[in-house]
Ligand binder design. Structure first.
Ligand code: BG6
Length: 480
């Protein structure tokens, strides 16, 4: 549906961009920081690890100045649990507290709203060694950790995100950092994270009078490959397992029925501890944040079907007897094989708003590509501009459809280490001069998309045109 009178983005729309601590900060063991599971995970030879990343820890002042120059209204970043509590519990690391005070204050100095993810894939290694999320003690550790965050930063941080992509940590546990455990244990871990999240939401409302908090899963609408009723059923079941299981618990305090009965059938139901039900029901998010990259397509799957490959956040393989991931022939792909589906973004926004009726902020959306730095210091990333423009157009349409969207944070503010595919897969508006294993000078360069997004923000999303000639005329590519 097209609109003859298309309304624009709301006034005060939060145009932003995001990063996460382990992918960006570096200084992995500096100033008292403890090891997280990302610091001990096995990295494929020749691929970047997280020791230096983009060195944001030492360069945050110049980086945030660049973000301010781009015009950001909000900066989404995560706090490394192990910088605050090196062992996950116990003694607080004052230097860690001080670092994030500086980051928050620097944002505020430029009028940028800080949006804090409390946990982005980087569980403290010490907690992991003690059983990780399978151990209910991790719930208490998380509650204590977030209490410290609210008490130290709650006077200045308004927007809090509980757990980044809990659904992906559960569905792709091995590639995102924690190795494999049985499916039953994984669903118990998931339940513990749900309870930990609920406790964080309750605590936020108690401690931070102006605080707003929400979950941040990865949402991908699931298309049936055909209009065969069996394919539609497969799509619905997979969508319940992939998307709604997590959001239903966060919003309604109870499991999605289809997902629950799938777990019952597979004998992987989580066990509720005493009091869990009350805690889950007492917690209420103020908004829903979600990360959107693309959509999935599935068909019904035979019981004896062999499932190939492992998949990743955006690539569905399947489950025998339930659903089988197929290539969507209507959609193009990035160089890394992820589908590109801007209209799917509109579908996702409408679906999430229709289900939960809560304001939405997009916390990730972007394209990972091989960028190249030209001899005169430029990065002509027209593919990124194209990707983002098409998604912003669809977001505007979704707003016209009625979805209450109050912010958009593309991934990522600057190049960073991908969660499983190294440094060559670049997402940022700002190029960071390093390779997979050589740190070079780590200098920052503004990509063409930097200037483009600057104009998008300054016109509140009205001007999405790609005027590359103007942008590269004299200013594009200058280093700071
Ligand atoms: C999301 C994560 O899954 O996707 C980010 O929240 C990640 O941490 C992003 O970087 C892109 O995925 P990848 O694997 O290409 O880095």
């Amino acid at each position: 549906m097209k609109y003859t009178n298309l309304k624009g983005f709301p006034e005060n729309f939060l145009w932003g961009a995001g990063t996460s601590a382990f992918q960006c900060e570096g200084a992995a063991l500096e100033d008292g920081k403890g090891k997280s599971i990302q610091d001990i995970k096995t990295i494929q030879q020749g691929m970047a690890d997280y020791c230096v990343a983009c060195d944001f820890y030492h360069r945050y002042k110049e980086d945030i100045a660049l973000l301010a120059e781009m015009g950001l209204k909000v900066f989404r970043f995560s706090i490394a649990w192990t910088r605050i509590l090196p062992e996950g519990v116990g003694e607080v690391n004052r230097k860690g507290i001080a670092f994030y005070n500086e980051v928050i204050d620097t944002c505020l100095k430029y009028g940028i709203e800080p949006m804090v993810t409390m946990y982005h894939f980087d569980l403290p290694a010490a907690l992991d060694a003690a059983g990780g999320w399978l151990n209910p003690a991790t719930i208490d550790a998380f509650e204590e950790y977030v209490r410290i965050l609210f008490e130290n930063y709650g006077d200045r941080v308004k927007y809090w995100l509980t757990i980044n992509e809990q659904n992906m940590m559960i569905l792709h546990r091995a590639i995102l950092g924690s190795g494999e455990v049985s499916k039953k244990d994984t669903m118990q871990e998931n339940h513990h994270m749900m309870v930990a999240q609920a406790k964080a939401m309750i605590l936020c409302h108690k401690i931070c009078p102006n605080g707003k908090i929400g979950p941040a899963p990865n949402v991908s609408i699931v298309y049936p490959f055909s209009c065969k009723p069996e394919d539609v059923l497969a799509a619905n079941i997979y969508s319940a397992i992939r998307n709604w299981l997590y959001l239903d618990v966060a919003v309604f305090g109870e499991y999605n029925a289809l997902a629950w009965n799938y777990m019952r059938e597979k004998d992987i139901l989580p066990v509720y501890a005493e009091g869990d039900e009350e805690i889950l029901r007492a917690a209420h998010p103020d908004f829903i944040a979600f990360n959107y990259y693309n959509t999935q397509t599935v068909t019904a799957c035979r019981e004896d079907q062999s499932i190939e490959g492992k998949g990743d956040q955006q690539t569905t393989t399947g489950e025998a007897g339930i659903y089988l991931g197929l290539k969507n022939p209507h959609l193009p792909r990035t160089s890394f094989g992820w589908l590109i589906d801007p209209v799917g973004f509109r579908n996702a926004l409408n679906e999430v708003y229709g289900r939960y009726h809560l304001p939405i902020v997009i916390t990730e959306n972007g394209i990972g590509e091989y960028d190249s730095l030209t001899e005169d210091g430029r990065i002509h990333d027209s593919y990124r501009i194209d990707f983002l423009r098409k998604h912003i157009e669809q977001m505007r349409l979704a707003i016209n459809d009625g979805a209450d969207v109050f912010g958009y944070c593309p991934w990522s503010a600057m190049d960073l280490v991908s969660s499983h595919q190294g440094f060559s897969k670049r997402y940022g508006f700002i190029y960071v001069n390093r390779t997979e294993t050589e740190m070079l000078d780590l200098k920052r360069y503004k990509k063409d998309s930097f200037y483009w997004y600057q104009r998008v923000i300054s016109t509140n999303g009205e001007d999405l045109s790609d005027r590359q000639e103007d942008e590269s005329n004299g200013i594009s590519g200058k280093t700071i």
